[in-house]
Design a protein around this ligand. Structure first.
Ligand code: G3I
Length: 385
């Protein structure tokens, strides 16, 4: 009998079909010899094990922990696409990657464009997905009329404030009961500065008009518009000491002043070498404030640095790196299930990411370019077995 040791074949990189063709030529097309693969005891299998394990949908894996989401485009909100299929299979939450931003919803003053956002919300309702709203107040992807008059001068506080309130009220009212949480203010804190003295993003037109008080106002307007919605402050680089302390001070100030804020969104644009301690310290810090924490834009590009040569192919090295770091990340998130109320990937699968560049794909997700589970997915699944 012709026996095939599958594991050995893989280790020796022998293609299964090479063996089939070889056996057909050797024993003849009408050979009655069976190919009888030796399936090893699962206990003896190491790296090959994941290929024989059935993937459990992400939303099932995390059902006792937190909703698991994806950022999507309106085109993804269609069951006839592989994206729509993957969404209902793996996720129970969605976020609009772009179409709920101020520039998308109200590019021209008083003229709202709801089509894309409506499509996502309707798809979510039809398929039992929660919706996180992103975002109401941001310096970027917001139309100029929100900040400047026809002469290009900054608006007065009164005018800018009234416009912001109108925008927040209109958008949140439309999706009341359908969008359970909103990133009310996005990326308002200054990024790295050598002395850590610049607290707010001072080049934001919001800041130029109001100083920091626009943040307070936005939360008050949001709570007024939909008292049931969960209200978040959302930012990136939020696990680094030089930024998380600024965010902490902001959230504490808001809470101390009874400004209605429910939680903080840590975007989670992390790196292969992201430090576990940085994530844990940040989660401890915000847990101490008594706010909800959501990971709102998780992705993990495969490169060690921006200098590393780009690739259009997902290599074994990339796979090993992601297995290790994704496993670390999710172990930490599971450990903090008492305060983490949602984890959202900033995309669905490796076919498309805002991080992709010509000649350099980021491959940042647990699902591959065909939206199938990657080895890193199975590594994460192991944590829950
Ligand atoms: O829609 C236009 C299209 O009409 C035009 O032909 C095309 C040409 O470039 O551009 C399209 O707009 C792009 C848009 O994405 C939709 O694809 C913009 O150029 C592009 O700048 C925009 O990028 C988005 C980016 O936010 C803008 O800052 C990314 O998709 C989106 O993933 C990214 O998301 C942000 C979060 O909102 C906040 N946190 C960081 C995160 C990543 O940057």
């Amino acid at each position: 009998m012709f026996k095939v040791n599958v594991t050995l074949m893989k280790k020796c990189r022998i293609n299964f079909w090479t063996i089939i063709i070889f056996s057909v030529y050797t024993f003849g097309c009408n050979s009655t010899e069976e190919i009888d693969p030796i399936i090893e005891d699962p206990k003896d299998q190491n790296d090959d094990k994941e290929e024989e394990v059935v993937a459990i949908p992400l939303k099932e894996l995390f059902k006792d922990y937190f909703p698991i989401g994806a950022a999507i485009t309106p085109q993804h909100a269609d069951l006839a696409t592989i994206h729509g299929e993957a969404l209902v299979k793996h996720f129970n939450s969605v976020t609009a990657e772009n179409v709920m931003k101020p520039e998308s919803l109200q590019r021209n003053k008083g003229v709202y464009t709801w089509e894309g956002a409506d499509r996502i919300v309707q798809f979510a309702k039809n398929n039992n997905l929660q919706v996180r709203g992103h975002t109401l107040t941001w310096h970027s992807q917001s139309p100029d009329w929100m900040f400047y008059d026809e002469n290009g001068e900054l608006l007065s506080r009164e005018v800018a404030s009234a416009q912001l309130e109108e925008h927040i009220t209109t958008v949140m009212s439309r999706y009341k009961g359908d969008v359970y949480a909103w990133d009310v203010v996005n990326e308002a804190m200054s990024d790295w500065d050598p002395n850590g003295e610049i607290i707010y993003r001072e080049d934001s037109p919001w800041y130029k008009i109001f100083g920091p008080s626009y943040i307070d106002s936005a939360f008050v307007f949001a709570h007024r518009a939909d008292p049931e919605a969960k209200l978040f402050y959302n930012d990136y680089n939020s696990i680094f000491s030089w930024k998380r302390n600024k965010i902490y001070d902001l959230v504490k100030r808001l809470k101390d002043n009874n400004i209605p804020i429910d939680g903080v969104g840590l975007q989670g644009h992390w790196m292969i070498e992201t430090s576990e301690q940085d994530i844990r310290t940040t989660l401890d810090l915000f847990r101490g404030l008594g706010v909800e924490i959501q990971i709102t834009e998780l992705d993990l590009p495969v490169y060690l640095s921006s200098n590393e040569e780009g690739s259009m192919v997902y290599t074994e090295t990339f796979s090993q790196r992601q297995k290790q770091t994704y496993s670390m990340i999710f172990q930490v998130l599971l450990d903090y299930k008492d305060v983490i109320t949602g984890v959202t990937f900033w995309g669905i699968g490796d076919d498309a990411s805002w991080l992709d560049q010509p000649g350099r794909k980021a491959f940042p997700f647990l699902l591959d370019e065909n939206l199938q589970p990657k080895p890193a997915y199975f590594e994460v699944q192991k944590l829950l077995n």
